[in-house]
Write a protein that binds this ligand. Structure first.
Ligand SMILES: C[S@@+](CC[C@H](N)C(=O)[O-])C[C@H]1O[C@@H](n2cnc3c(N)ncnc32)[C@H](O)[C@@H]1O
Length: 278
């Protein structure tokens, strides 16, 4: 049972913060399970479930590198405070020009500290890349973004992750979901949160029906228990694949405000499982 959801240091569209307690309740995990999460995103789900053993992966190498940097001590809570205080002061005096300077710098060096800075001062907490995989989110237009209180909040978020990583056996891998599922140990529970088919949201990679079918088939072949986050319908449309491609799965419904491009859109969320949740 999860009462308090810890917010991760990185934001991304489609972040599941509000759904974590629901997902945790429906997940079929015990002490010996390996938690496998092939669409890690911000990591909010696994970081809060905090399993002893986990394999987190995503095709977005920058997300994975960020968590790896925490794991190997390259990025620390104390280092973040120092970095965000000094870079925040530069942002305050130079505004958007400085944001774009850091953005150019990040697109050359891929430094995880720069990634955090950009993610927390960009427009709407988006995580978007162009076809050349260059980060291209515009400035959030708040020169005083890194106030003392805000820096402390981020530092505490990094501190929580640092602590969880230190006490767990977790791997962070940059790879496609097919490889993550194919290499999952037999005692894995696989939680998938792919980009929502039919709802426009840009991530590091595109998502289409062929990929969704590939996901369904590789999960079925895995022999593991799995759970997939998806959507059923909103006021205007419905996700046909729930009744076709996923018809061999159990569907559990929830209701909440889903965030796409910063706007709240009521979408009925579902969890698709190859077991009947207790
Ligand atoms: C909906 S987001 C996951 C959000 C995450 N559950 C959270 O709460 O923050 C989907 C993620 O899938 C990743 N992704 C897109 N295509 C992928 C693929 N083919 N294989 C693995 N990851 C992929 C994106 O980079 C993105 O981070």
């Amino acid at each position: 049972m999860i009462d308090k959801v810890h917010i991760p240091p990185l934001k991304t569209q489609g972040i599941k913060t509000k759904l974590v307690p629901w997902i945790a309740r429906y997940a079929a995990v015990d002490a010996g399970t390996v938690w496998v999460e092939p669409f890690m995103g911000s990591g909010v789900v696994g970081l809060n479930l905090a399993p002893k053993r986990a394999i987190f992966s995503d095709t977005n190498i920058h997300l994975i590198d960020f968590y790896r940097a925490i794991q190997n001590g390259e990025l620390t809570a104390a280092g973040c405070r120092k970095f965000l205080e000094s870079e925040g002061a530069r942002l305050k005096s130079r505004g958007g020009d400085y944001f774009y300077e850091v953005r150019d710098r990040f697109n050359e060096s891929h430094d995880p500290y720069d990634f955090l800075f950009l993610n927390r001062s960009c427009f709407n907490g988006l995580m978007r890349f162009n076809r050349q995989h260059r980060y291209n989110v515009p400035y959030g237009h708040n020169d005083n973004r890194f106030s003392k209180a805000y820096v402390t909040k981020i530092v505490n978020q990094v501190d929580y992750v640092q602590e969880k990583i230190a006490e767990s056996d977790w791997k962070f891998l940059a790879m496609r979901y097919e490889d993550a599922i194919a290499t999952a140990p037999s005692n894995s529970f696989i939680y998938c949160d792919p980009p929502y088919i039919g709802l426009t949201s840009t991530y590091y990679d595109t998502w289409d029906e062929e990929k969704e079918k590939g996901l369904h088939d590789s999960l079925m072949e895995s022999g593991c228990k799995f759970m997939v986050s998806s959507w059923s319908h909103n006021d205007y449309r419905s996700n046909e694949l729930i009744g076709t491609l996923w018809s061999d799965c159990h569907v559990s419904y929830a209701d909440h405000a889903y965030i796409v491009n910063g706007k709240h859109k009521p979408v009925v969320e579902v969890l698709l499982t190859n077991y009947v949740p207790e």
